[in-house]
Design a protein around this ligand. Sequence first.
Ligand SMILES: NC(=O)C1=CN([C@@H]2O[C@H](COP(=O)(O)OP(=O)(O)OC[C@H]3O[C@@H](n4cnc5c(N)ncnc54)[C@H](O)[C@@H]3O)[C@@H](O)[C@H]2O)C=CC1
Ligand SMILES: NCC(=O)COP(=O)(O)O
Length: 344
Amino acid sequence: MPLSLVITAGEPAGIGPDVVLKLAANWSQAATRLAWSGVQASDLALAVIADPELMRARAKSLGLTVTIETLSNPESIPVMREGCLSVIPVSLSEPATAGKLNTHNADYVLKTLAVATDGCLSGQWDGMVTAPVHKGVINESGVPFTGHTEFLQDRTHTEQVVMMLATEGLRVALVTTHLPLRAVADAITPERIKRVSSVLYQGLQTDFGLAQPRILVCGLNPHAGEDGHLGREELDIIIPTLTELAAEGIAMIGPLPADTLFAAHHLKDADAVLAMYHDQGLPVLKHAGFGRAANITLGMPIVRTSVDHGTALDLAGTGLADEGSLWTALGYAALMANARQQNL
Ligand SMILES: NC(=O)C1=CN([C@@H]2O[C@H](COP(=O)(O)OP(=O)(O)OC[C@H]3O[C@@H](n4cnc5c(N)ncnc54)[C@H](O)[C@@H]3O)[C@@H](O)[C@H]2O)C=CC1
Ligand SMILES: NCC(=O)COP(=O)(O)O
């Protein structure tokens, strides 16, 4: 049985439709691009959840020859073929213009996510890959939205999910995700560190086959607090929590000063880094692998991966958007879905 994966095309004014179309147009590269995942390209059934007319119009403006086939039965997604894209249809509220956000299409974006999530939860599909959404325009439409990660946590009724980005040689997971910096310190609680660490540890075991993952933990403050002289979170919260976790069999290394933790000699034997907040960990990851990285949500009953980039409104419809990260996200989704099937 092929693995069946769905891609949500994301914000219709952004580069999501573009990178999905480029992936379909360049599917002849799939064997090479996906070899590292251990899944054969010929074993992948793939469909995009999007408005078929949007995909046709964007293919035309990009000059790509991709046949858009609307699926009448989304239960059975065909194996992917070059130049052909199966679409599970969701209608836009209003026609989309590349580069121009429209609050009226926010409900369309959310519907594509809901269809993908529910289809994976019901076992119809083996995993979902998300193209970027624009958080601002969804909020402006009147729907509070901080990101896919939080949306998926709610929709799958999961107590704790973990955002982890991965590229070749580096995985970075986050204790806090889309929070204003001012709120971060208050969110670094023993309970949150414990929940996130357990999900990360188990996710690396079950989805990535690492029996005893070696995880490096960043401090929150400069120099990991400098013995309490530059902040007390390390002494009062992080160290006691890591000690408790170690007693429960989740041994992690840290807290280490984040500025030197990412030096090569620390990273060479590490399976993952746990950063305390978004802009502590992700700039390093994106510096190392932007365009070849993926965003993975750990801890859910379903497989979900995503691209490492945003909506890049400046590039939508121009043909300049690179689809490299979508290949990586697809590879990770295939790898994880395959691992879960093997573990059944
Ligand atoms: N997975 C998701 O849904 C994500 C969504 N976003 C959202 O995207 C919106 C825009 O975010 P920004 O911070 O501007 O980040 P961005 O990733 O959209 O753009 C940053 C820079 O990278 C370039 N870029 C991005 N993707 C590219 C690609 N595939 N090929 C070539 N160049 C590329 C852009 O042109 C821009 O110069 C925000 O609303 C943000 O929340 C951001 C990251 C991930
Ligand atoms: N920086 C990661 C990002 O913004 C994507 O988050 P999410 O939408 O996958 O939760």
